[in-house]
Design a binder for this molecule. Structure first.
Ligand SMILES: Cc1ncc(COP(=O)(O)O)c(C=O)c1O
Length: 431
């Protein structure tokens, strides 16, 4: 492992500290912890035992409200959108467009600037291919960072190969934040796009997005923010962030898989050519020439994920009903409780900043993260082990993989407790 062991183990707390954890956990006074576990039918095992789900950064469990909304959308409300002349289709079209309004308003955007995609991955690919192929020339530069998810690396590599643009990589600070001071010094007038994660899916580090926008705009570049991990845990206002594109996925926000959002400034979307062709994205088709619909329809070829949009709207209602700030405060308490407890485990290293947004990556010396995950699973604790689709970050950390616990609105101190108890078992098994 490299020198990026950001929170060292505290050997003096090791022996016996785990058994006494329930008592040892600090009072979480001052912050009202949430209790929404009962909203989520997925949080039990096949035997009916509590399931300690700590893999929300991969995908969030779904509340009844979302499951019911999707069932209704596929049941008594089901019809296609935009094309039907019958009342059911008109109703479904309204629901679909209401979902777009909600998805836009959730991040402070306008609906005509909000495109439904299959997810964040597709949103970045859409921008890379449509905006990138049109605007990038040989010698132009794209700024990424060392902690990006592969979804915010590979699309740009594909476009760089086709356009002759070059990719630069902003380094990280010692505690796993994108180093904006160094990035500022690296940026030049050749940079046309800066594309960064708003929150790291591995370290939980939160980008100073407004500063990143200022730095990008100072050299005439655009800023795309990958908001996959930010939107479920931070109140996002794209106007305040001053970004140019923002993407997120519904399934990390307690909504369904297969749908996500690309928000882009109207002027940018308007100038972008279609990425995929088909039904719904056209104005007029002849064999001589086809003209296209304005955004957002221009970028939504084919029958859309109708029930997905309805499910996303239900997820946004659910999250706003609780309040993203309250969810953030709750997850912060759980992360702090976990950090304090993990610091008492010998030979355990936590990666990333203290102020992590709901995500904790760690390594246990001499134990492969997959073994950690497997043993924890035997105690009904579900974490993620692997490279988290961030292999360049693993290279930077000097590890092949990490174990990652990530929190959501439904987690409680019991889940932290189960995690730490499980890690104690891992240590005993591995001697
Ligand atoms: C930071 C980040 N970006 C992008 C993605 C890709 O999201 P999706 O698979 O929903 O398209 C993920 C998913 O793990 C992520 O965490």
């Amino acid at each position: 492992m490299s020198d990026h062991m950001l929170t060292s183990a505290h050997p003096e707390l090791v022996e016996g500290s785990v058994k006494g954890l329930r008592q040892a956990l600090p009072e979480r006074d001052g912050v009202q912890l949430l209790n929404h576990r009962a909203d989520f039918p997925g949080l039990v095992t096949a035997n009916g035992d509590p399931w300690h789900y700590l893999d929300t950064a991969a995908t969030a469990q779904k509340p009844h409200a979302v499951i019911d909304a999707i069932a209704r959308a596929y049941g008594r409300d089901y019809a296609t959108v935009h094309r039907g002349v019958y009342a059911r289709s008109a109703d479904m079209t309204r629901a679909y467009e209401d979902a777009r309004r909600k998805a836009a308003a959730f991040i402070g955007g306008r609906e005509d600037e909000t495109v439904f995609t299959r997810g964040a991955t597709e949103g970045i690919n859409l921008v890379a291919h449509s905006w990138g192929i049109t605007n990038l020339k040989p010698g132009d530069r794209i700024m990424l960072s060392q902690l990006e998810h592969h979804s915010n690396i590979v699309p740009w590599q594909l476009v760089a190969e086709r356009t002759g643009a070059v990719i630069d990589v902003a380094p990280l600070t010692y505690d796993g934040q994108i180093d904006l001071d160094v990035m500022a010094a690296m940026l030049t007038a050749r940079h046309k796009m800066v594309a960064l994660a708003h929150v790291s899916n591995v370290l939980g580090s939160v980008l100073d997005a407004r500063r990143a926008a200022d730095l990008a705009h100072n050299v005439g570049a655009l800023l795309l923010l990958d908001g996959c991990q930010a939107v479920p845990r931070l109140a996002v206002d794209i106007a305040a962030l001053d970004c140019d594109f923002y993407v997120y996925s519904a399934h990390k926000l307690y909504g369904p898989t297969g749908i996500g959002v690309l928000w882009g400034r109207a002027g940018l979307l308007d100038a972008m050519p279609p990425w995929q062709g088909g039904g719904a994205m056209i104005d007029r088709v002849t064999f001589a020439r086809t003209t296209y619909a304005p955004p957002p329809q221009r970028f939504e070829a084919g029958t859309p994920h109708i029930a997905g949009a309805v499910g996303l709207a239900a997820a946004i209602d659910y999250v706003t009903g609780i309040g993203v700030e309250a969810i953030h405060a709750h997850e912060t308490e759980l992360v702090e409780a976990a950090q304090e407890a993990l610091a008492g485990i010998n030979a355990l290293t936590v990666f990333g900043p203290r102020a992590s947004a709901g995500i904790l990556s760690f390594a246990l010396e001499g134990v492969h993260p997959h073994d950690i995950g497997t043993i924890l699973d035997e105690g009904n604790v579900a974490i993620r082990a692997g490279h988290h689709c961030a292999q360049p970050l693993m290279d930077h950390l000097g590890v092949p993989a990490t174990a990652r616990a990530s929190f959501g609105v439904y987690n409680t101190l019991d889940d932290v407790d189960a995690l730490v108890r499980g890690l104690d078992r891992v240590r005993r098994i591995f001697g």
